[in-house]
Write a protein that binds this ligand. Structure first.
Ligand code: KG4
Ligand code: ZN
Length: 342
């Protein structure tokens, strides 16, 4: 029997359960994805119009072992062939995080493997380091999802610096709330994206948050309030008949605020490369605008495939490659945290 390769050359098993997707993945030491299994709970949360933390934790508990088994099977390896186990430990829903973290710690302990705790936001950044065509730092990275909106300066692979973040709602959260007001279901970002193509982005003049000043922070609550008033003014019938124009104008204001701060950050940081991630990176208007921006400024652009932009465990494994592994039993004391350390 051939000798096993050293641990640092063996694949990484990672688990991600920070919100409502139960995810496990196996990634090689040089960033090749062997498997990336995602079990979405969206249909369980749809009827509540948002993620219910306790419901999410319970589903993670029911799904996590099967999802890990699938990830190992698809990768064609057994747990003992892995060199490292990783899990998201922050930020996220505490109960949800604890399920993935405890599972990963137990697997690492049972197989006598080292363990790495990963910050979810570092994971979104590290999605850009996966094969094929990984993006080399330095670059600027916009993460826009249902839970987060931030601009990161990425100068190394083991972390990043936050240049700006949302002061209230995340971009995806604002889109989801808008979709709900327009009766488009949950999560509604993709529905707004589709509907906006039939509408006029100039039909309604919605405010772009943080337009003035040097801050690289975002704000979407004023925009959301403007929509509440507009929907009230239009009434149920009026809202229904103007839905496409509302979607197009609202989407345009969200994308405008993201682009505004991106351009400001590019002016300030002078980055040569740009990456976008998080569920909102699937938005067609944002993709178009970011592509134009990069062509105009001669920047390298990386938009990972949608499945690596939304929550997944391959990005967690990717981040783990650049962090210091912790040996058994020290990692047993690791805890989950609702907030990011970044
Ligand atoms: O990254 P993600 O899957 O989960 C979180 O960490 O939140 O992001 C989900 C968010 C939701 O708010 C959803 O409405 C939004 O991404 N989203 C979109 C699109 N597809 C998903 N927003 C705009 N346009 C889309 N095509
Ligand atoms: Zn995320």
């Amino acid at each position: 029997m051939a000798a096993k390769p050293p641990r640092y050359l063996r694949p990484i098993l990672a688990i991600e359960t920070s919100c409502d997707d139960t995810c496990a993945a196996v990634v090689t030491a040089d960033g090749g994805i062997l498997s990336n299994v995602i079990s979405s709970q969206a249909r369980f949360h749809e009827r509540y119009g948002g993620v219910v933390p306790e419901v999410a934790s319970r589903h993670h508990l029911e799904l996590v072992n099967a999802v890990v088994d699938d990830a190992l099977r698809e990768a064609g390896i057994e747990l003992r062939d892995a060199g490292l186990v990783a899990a998201t430990s922050r930020p996220g829903l505490i109960g949800a995080l604890l399920v993935g973290l405890s599972t990963a710690k137990a697997l690492a302990a049972a197989a006598q493997l080292p363990f790495v705790a990963v910050d979810h936001l570092h994971g979104h950044v590290a999605a850009n380091f996966l094969e094929p065509e990984p993006l080399e730092p330095p670059f600027l990275c916009l993460i826009a999802s249902g839970g987060h909106t931030l601009l990161a300066s990425v100068e190394r692979r083991d972390g990043f610096d936050v240049l700006g973040a949302t002061r209230d709602d995340a971009a995806g959260e604002a889109l989801d709330k808008a979709a709900r007001m327009m009766g488009l279901g949950y999560p509604g970002g993709a529905a707004i994206d589709r509907l906006a193509r039939e509408g006029d982005p100039g039909a309604f003049d919605f405010p772009v948050g943080m337009r003035r000043g040097d801050s690289l922070d975002f704000s979407f609550s004023g925009l959301k309030t403007a929509l509440v008033y507009k929907v009230r003014e239009l009434g149920t019938e009026g809202t229904l008949s103007r839905r496409a124009d509302l979607a197009a104008s609202f989407e345009s204001a969200v994308v405008e605020s993201l682009l505004l701060k991106l351009e400001q950050a590019l002016d300030m940081a002078g980055a040569r490369g740009l990456a976008i991630g998080g569920g909102v990176a699937a938005n067609s208007l944002l993709r178009r605008r970011v592509t134009d921006l990069c062509e105009r400024r001669g920047l390298r652009l990386k938009i990972p495939p949608s499945v690596l932009c939304t929550d997944n465990a391959a990005m967690i494994a990717s981040a783990a490659r650049f962090l210091e592994p912790v040996a058994y039993p020290e990692f047993l004391a690791f805890d989950a945290f609702a907030r990011s350390a970044a």
